[in-house]
Structure formats: structure tokens, C-alpha cells
Ligand binder design. Structure first.
Ligand SMILES: Cc1cc2nc3c(=O)[nH]c(=O)nc-3n(C[C@H](O)[C@H](O)[C@H](O)COP(=O)(O)OP(=O)(O)OC[C@H]3O[C@@H](n4cnc5c(N)ncnc54)[C@H](O)[C@@H]3O)c2cc1C
Length: 411
């Protein structure tokens, strides 16, 4: 079966879902193809940043989103022994939303896609895995859409524009021939969740814990504590050989408040391994296809910005491409303009992540007694510098606002 649309978005993660919503609002016929049958995805990060909340507020959606149960991260603290240092204080940001909202990603995606479904030009096809690109035969390499597979078989979807929003292992990126360029990422993360008791709702354990050559990141979900046990790149097998009991002991000593429940980690299958990557593709586009989000730049988990950067790319893409999509005139220059707009913020945050990796993560893992480097101590203490990390993480440079004022047709 072959059908047509203006914009085919491959991947219903944060980048693809937001792009689909924004284009549909503007009346662009959009099909979102998602390989999975639902949005459930453990350990994918729940962080919705102030810049995203402001953008959603422009669309009248932030309040409704925040009416749902969620956590609020206001400060990022690093604790080493008895010393506690605030590395980022979001409550000092000048915004209606001076916090990072912790919303389970599945709920966030369902909320966005349900909103997109209120526009008649939007179509979501779950359980639809893209297998190939349709490429113009006459030699100019123009991408004309995709081939995908679902429970009913093989299909073709022709489109004026195909967007690769299919994440860090993007298949469309490979099919389009985009080369990836890795940056250094000297760590891996083992994610685990521990139960959060009802009477712990007001308790904030969020932040980094450092000690004995170990580093744990603690994040608060509404019913769980999410812990990222950070290890040197490639040392997963050493941790496994040491055994689960050793891991439980390490976690308990770094986060003694949760020592009473580390026994709930009782199998390696409870632990989700993340091979940390950081990379960028030099060119995000070719005629008929554009990569956004992780497909264009895989982010290190430092500062939890991957979701936000995927969303910011989507907003920039919708702002630049809606008019040419409606007019049927999308050119490679339009796609290049999206990359041009987003490349600087992306390079900047990846540089910031590399600095944090070198100054904090590498030192925390090298086994010697940990001392926060002078630069980090200055940033946390000097009044003029204190707001900088929260601004960089919460806003980034040149945060995108949607110019979507005109609503598209509703069914
Ligand atoms: C363990 C882990 C923890 C993380 N924690 C955080 C965090 O705390 N904060 C943060 O900001 N970021 C975090 N991230 C990163 C964050 O998840 C990503 O940066 C973000 O989700 C990127 O969004 P995206 O829309 O580009 O891609 P993704 O969210 O990866 O979405 C891609 C979608 O494409 C679909 N897909 C893949 N291939 C195909 C295909 N061939 N056809 C159709 N669909 C396809 C996938 O099923 C998926 O739904 C984490 C990542 C991991 C792996």
C-alpha cells in the first residue's frame, strides 16, 4: 500500500512527537511512524526543562501538563563526605517555571501525541518500523519518503520531507548516509530504581554523591528513586565480577538514606546498562530528509539535556519548515537553515558536558580522595557566576520559542 503526506516523521520520541504536534497545529499534513506499539520506555529520562515548559506554555499546554503528578527538581547538589555544594539552582531562574519537571517520559509523550491527535492533519502509526528510504532514481538522491513494516505487512509512505527522529541508533541516519562523529565519553551508567516511600515526598535526595572512586546520581520520580551508578567506560564486566552484593554495599554507602532498600536490587536484570555516547553528525540533512534530536547528536547524560535538545530541534524545524511544507517548496537550503540554527547550541552544550566530565566525573572516578576543582567551587560561590550552570542547563543558549500561533484544522 502506498500513501502520501507532507511530512513523515520517523520516531515518536520527544523530538518526533513535538515536531508532529507543532506541524499539525499549523495545518501541515504529518504522519508519525513509531516502531513500538506504546510509549512505555524504562530509563529514558523524565526531565522537562524550563525552556520546554515556556514553549509549551505559549501553546497553552504547560499548565495542563503540570496538573499531572510530577516531581520538581530545583537544585542539583554534589555531596562528598560531609561537604555539600549546590552546582545548579534552578529556583533562581527568571521564569514562570523555575524547576525541572520530572514527568515519566511515556506520560509526556502520550500527552503530546494526544494533543496532536486533536488536529485532523495528524496521523500516528504505532508499531510501524521504517526499514528503507524511497530515493529518487534519477540520480539527484532526493528522498521521497519511507518504506515501513507493521503487523499488516510492508507499506510505502511518500512524503515531501522525511524527518529522522529515530534516536541514538537511528536507522534513517544510516540509510541517508549521514556520518557520525564521536566525542569523548569516558563513562557508562548503570541505572536502577529503588522504591520511594509515601512519607518521602518532601525529602530531596536529588544530586550527585561521590566517594571512594564512585559516583551516583540520584533523581526523584513520584514513586521511585532513580539512581545512575556511574562507572568508567568499559568497566561493566569488572562491576559484574565483583557481584551484586558489592554493588548494593557501594550504593548504600553513597546514599545511606536508601540503605534500607538496596536489597530490592536482587538481579542484574534489575539494572539497565547505558553505554554512554556523545556524538554529532556534521551534516543533518540531504534533499528530502532532515535529522533531529539524538539522530543528529547523541548527548551524554550529563545535565540530563537530551530530551530538551531534541525538543528544541523540533521547535526550530517547525518554525522554519511549516511554511515551505504548506507551499510544497521545501528546499535543501531550508533544511540547512534548521541545522544552522541548532548547531551552535548543540556544540555549546556538548562542550559544557565535556568540561563537567573532565572536572567532576573523571575526578570522582579516579579513585583518589575527591576535591571539587577550584573552577566548580568558584562557580558555586561567586554571586555573579552562581546562576550560570542553571541557566546553561535550564535554558541553554538561544532557547527556541514556537511561532505556532495559528491552529490547524480540527476533526
Ligand atoms: C538510559 C537513558 C537515560 C536517559 N536519561 C535522560 C535524562 O534524564 N534526561 C534527558 O534529557 N535525557 C536523557 N536521556 C537521553 C534522552 O532519552 C534522549 O536524548 C532523547 O529521548 C532523544 O529524543 P529523540 O526524540 O531524539 O529520540 P528517542 O527518544 O530515542 O526516540 C526515538 C524513537 O524512534 C523510534 N524508532 C527507532 N527506530 C525506528 C524505526 N526504524 N522506525 C520507527 N521508529 C523508530 C524509537 O522506538 C523511539 O521511540 C537518557 C537516555 C537513556 C538511554
Amino acid at each position: 500500500m502506498t500513501d502520501r503526506t507532507s511530512c513523515c516523521i520517523v520516531g515518536g520520541g520527544p523530538g518526533g512527537a513535538i515536531l508532529a504536534l507543532l506541524l499539525s497545529r499549523l495545518g501541515v499534513h504529518t504522519v508519525l511512524l513509531e516502531a513500538k506499539k506504546d510509549f512505555n520506555r524504562a530509563f529514558r529520562g523524565d526531565t522537562v526543562h524550563p525552556s520546554t515548559l515556556e514553549m509549551l506554555d505559549d501553546l497553552g499546554l504547560a499548565t495542563r501538563l503540570l496538573d499531572r503528578p510530577h516531581g520538581r527538581l530545583q537544585r542539583m547538589t554534589l555531596r562528598s563526605g560531609d561537604t555539600s555544594t549546590v552546582l545548579g539552582d534552578f529556583s533562581r531562574l527568571r521564569t514562570r517555571f523555575p524547576f525541572i519537571a520530572m514527568i515519566p517520559q511515556a506520560e509526556f509523550l502520550e500527552f503530546i501525541v494526544n494533543e496532536a491527535k486533536t488536529y485532523s492533519c495528524f496521523d500516528v502509526r504505532m508499531g510501524s518500523r521504517v526499514t528503507d528510504l524511497i530515493i529518487e532514481e534519477d540520480g539527484d538522491g532526493l528522498v521521497r519518503g519511507v518504506r515501513y513494516r507493521d503487523d499488516n505487512g510492508e507499506h510505502e509512505l511518500r512524503a515531501q520531507l522525511t524527518v529522522a527522529a529515530d534516536g541514538r541508533s537511528s536507522h534513517v541516519r544510516t540509510l541517508a548516509g549521514f556520518e557520525t562523529r564521536p566525542n569523548a565519553a569516558a563513562m557508562d551508567v548503570m541505572w536502577v530504581v529503588l522504591p520511594r516511600k509515601d512519607d518521602e515526598q518532601g525529602i530531596d535526595l536529588t544530586g550527585f554523591r561521590v566517594g571512594h572512586g564512585r559516583l551516583v546520581v540520584v533523581l526523584a520520580r513520584s514513586t521511585e528513586w532513580q539512581l545512575g551508578y556511574v562507572i568508567l567506560k568499559g568497566s561493566r564486566h569488572t562491576v559484574k565480577e565483583a557481584g551484586l552484593a558489592a554493588l548494593r554495599t557501594e550504593v548504600a554507602s553513597l546514599v545511606p538514606e536508601l540503605a534500607d532498600r538496596v536489597h530490592t536490587i536482587d538481579a542484574w536484570t534489575d539494572i539497565h546498562f547505558l553505554s554512554v555516547e556523545s556524538s554529532r553528525i556534521p551534516t543533518w540533512h540531504r534533499p528530502g530528509v532532515l535529522a533531529i534530536g539524538d539522530a543528529a547528536h547523541v548527548m551524554s547524560p550529563i545535565a540530563g539535556v537530551g530530551i530538551n535538545y531534541a525538543i528544541q530541534d523540533a521547535v526550530a524545524a517547525a518554525n522554519r519548515l511549516a511554511e515551505p511544507l504548506l507551499a510544497g517548496t521545501v528546499s535543501d537550503a531550508d533544511l540547512a537553515a534548521v541545522q544552522h540554527r541548532r548547531e551552535l547550541p548543540t556544540r555549546f552544550i556538548q562542550r559544557f558536558q565535556a568540561i563537567v566530565q573532565r572536572l567532576i566525573v573523571a575526578r570522582a572516578l579516579d579513585g583518589r580522595p575527591f576535591r571539587l576543582p577550584l573552577a566548580a567551587r568558584l562557580v558555586s560561590r561567586v554571586p555573579g557566576l552562581r546562576n550560570l550552570p542553571a541557566r546553561i542547563v535550564g535554558w541553554g543558549i538561544r532557547p527556541e520559542r514556537s511561532c505556532t500561533q495559528r491552529a490547524g484544522p480540527r476533526p
